[in-house]
Write a protein that binds this ligand. Structure first.
Ligand code: PLP
Length: 376
């Protein structure tokens, strides 16, 4: 299907092509100087002391859980209104998840009060997810985590370039996890990074990324080392130089592209405000969001399937973020029925409209006109 308005689109051009060619011609294809540069530039953008680049965002979450000590018998509190990777990462460690509620229809991030009620002696970590790049209630969440001595992992997959009180999302908790999947604000196809300020965690994350080995192939190539020891059960979660090179180029466009996403979001909000459609985050206006996606909540009288099909017939792609994780068959079978009324209501009513930096004013107008006629 050729969409008049796709849900998302990449901002790729000659800079990315040249960067890939440069890597190919250098004949050093994995975890070398380009990756180091990407990590350094990501540190500069976020103000984080450490950035550890990895092959994708899912295993960034896995490494984050391992680094804070999540293992069999532990519990981790996660939002249910997220991509399934957020909670899968916990299960990879042999731990179990406790699903928290959202704040409400105006703020789709994790509810700090819900977190508090889920804490048990087994709670080993709290994962929060900055939905659409809007900040979670980090002050309240950190107060709870400090009080109980439980580390916080931020799933910042939606949030590159976003901040709260001028502090980058992904640097508020103990570890931040970013994804650079094709549809994300900073896209490299596959890719991700972890950010953290603690040296001990960073050392551990670097070890786990590459087989628990004390030296890298690149160090040996450069003559810095001849051999290595293995001091932990690590993985091959490395990124390669091509993806890092794309990351460097995309990082340069991030601020401009997030500004355009912001502009589009505000036009949507203004145009749809009096239609009866729910506009999450419109009223809260907290921090500097990255506007990764544009979620709306359909009024009860509008059938979602008909709404989305009608958009599709007009050449407009839409999506759902998300079916709550606790309602998936695998999770229901594993953890039994869980009741999260607010999350479930949002999971039934949410539709994501197209939002991407290269979206034209005409495309935006087409979506707005179609949405308006469908919700009356
Ligand atoms: C995309 C995404 C991930 C996973 O990232 P990948 O790079 O695709 O593995 C995790 N959490 C959220 C909220 C995401 O949107």
């Amino acid at each position: 299907m050729v969409w008049h308005v796709p849900l998302a689109d990449m901002d790729y051009g000659e800079d990315e092509e040249q960067a890939v060619l440069d890597v190919l011609r250098s004949k050093w294809l994995t975890m070398g100087e380009v990756t180091q540069t990407f990590e350094a530039e990501f540190c500069r953008m976020t103000g984080s002391k450490h950035t550890i680049a990895v092959a994708n965002g899912t295993l960034a979450l896995h490494l984050a859980c391992l680094a804070v000590g999540v293992g069999p018998g532990d519990e981790v509190i996660v939002p249910s209104l997220s991509f399934v990777a957020t909670s899968n990462a916990v299960l990879y460690c042999g731990a179990s998840v406790r699903f928290a509620e959202v704040v409400g229809a105006k703020d789709l991030t994790i509810d700090p009060q819900s977190i508090e009620t889920l804490i048990t002696p087994k709670t080993k970590a709290i994962i929060v997810m900055h939905y659409a790049g809007f900040p979670c209630r980090m002050r309240e969440i950190l107060e709870i985590s400090d009080e109980h001595g439980i580390p916080v992992i931020e799933d910042a997959a939606h949030a590159p370039g976003a901040a709260l009180e001028d502090k980058a999302l992904g640097t508020w908790g103990d570890i931040g996890c970013f994804s650079f999947f094709s549809n994300k604000n900073l896209s490299t196809g596959e890719g991700g990074v972890l950010t953290c300020n603690r040296d001990d965690l960073a050392t551990n994350l670097r070890l786990l990324r590459s087989h628990g080995m004390t030296s890298l192939t690149y160090d040996r190539h450069k003559g810095h080392a001849f051999s290595y020891d293995v001091i932990a059960l690590g993985y091959n979660y490395r990124i390669d130089e091509i993806h890092s090179a794309l990351g460097i180029q995309q990082l340069r466009k991030l601020e401009r592209n997030n500004a355009r996403r912001r502009e589009i979001t505000h036009i949507y909000w203004k145009a749809l405000k009096s239609t009866g459609i729910g506009l999450p985050f419109e009223a809260t206006r907290v921090g500097q969001p990255s506007h990764h996606i544009f979620p709306v909540l359909l009024p009860p009288h509008v059938d979602r399937h008909i709404f989305m099909s009608s958009l599709r017939d007009a050449g407009i792609q839409s999506s759902i973020h998300y079916r709550p994780i606790h309602t998936f068959s695998y999770y229901r079978d594993k953890f039994g029925a869980v009741s999260l009324p607010l999350t479930e209501d949002i999971g039934r009513r949410e539709v994501t409209l197209p939002l991407f930096p290269t979206m034209t004013d005409e495309q935006l107008e087409l979506v707005i006109e179609n949405v308006k006629t469908l919700v009356v």
